[in-house]
Design a protein around this ligand. Structure first.
Ligand code: ATP
Ligand code: MG
Length: 137
């Protein structure tokens, strides 16, 4: 059994899509074992996305992620990391497969509704960034 970190981004919380997006994750067999709503500061966003600090879209990304509330979650399941990325769909919604969260809800490459960890090491780091072990059950 594997854990991954998921985030419902401000474009989606703004459109009241938290329940619909969570339902997609649950229907794929992922279990929400921790969840909270947070409005992150710009500094939180810069620290969370530190791996992208040299990318040209870093400013846009961190301003967007701190522009409104997000829902941060820990998901558990068999192959949770890969399964979550499958359910999310391609980063750019124009390239996302039918039935994926991003195909259904994302507005653009930047406002793409969800985030999911891409590897076991990033999942561990991202979970620890937002949750203590006792918050996960
Ligand atoms: P995420 O990490 O959010 O799950 P991802 O792994 O599919 O998405 P990354 O390459 O890690 O994509 O990029 C992180 C986020 O940065 C993307 O989800 C997207 O919102 C944003 N992003 C990526 N490329 C661009 C771009 N060219 N312009 C604006 N925003 C971008
Ligand atoms: Mg990524």
């Amino acid at each position: 059994i594997e854990r991954t970190f998921s985030m419902i981004k401000p474009d989606a919380t703004k459109r009241n899509l938290t329940g619909k997006i969570t339902a997609h994750l649950e229907e794929a067999g992922l279990r929400v074992v921790a969840s909270k709503r947070v409005h992150m500061s710009l500094r939180d966003a810069q620290a969370f996305y530190a791996e992208h600090s040299e990318r040209p879209f870093f400013g846009e990304l961190t301003e967007f992620m701190s522009s409104g509330p997000t829902v941060v979650q820990v998901l558990e399941g068999e192959n949770a990391i890969a399964k979550n990325r499958e359910v999310m769909g391609a980063t750019n919604p124009a390239e996302a497969d039918a039935g994926t969260i991003r195909k259904e809800y994302a507005l653009s490459l930047g406002e793409n509704s969800v985030h999911g960890s891409d590897a076991p090491e990033t999942a561990a780091r991202e979970i620890a960034f937002w949750f203590a072990e006792r918050d996960i059950a």
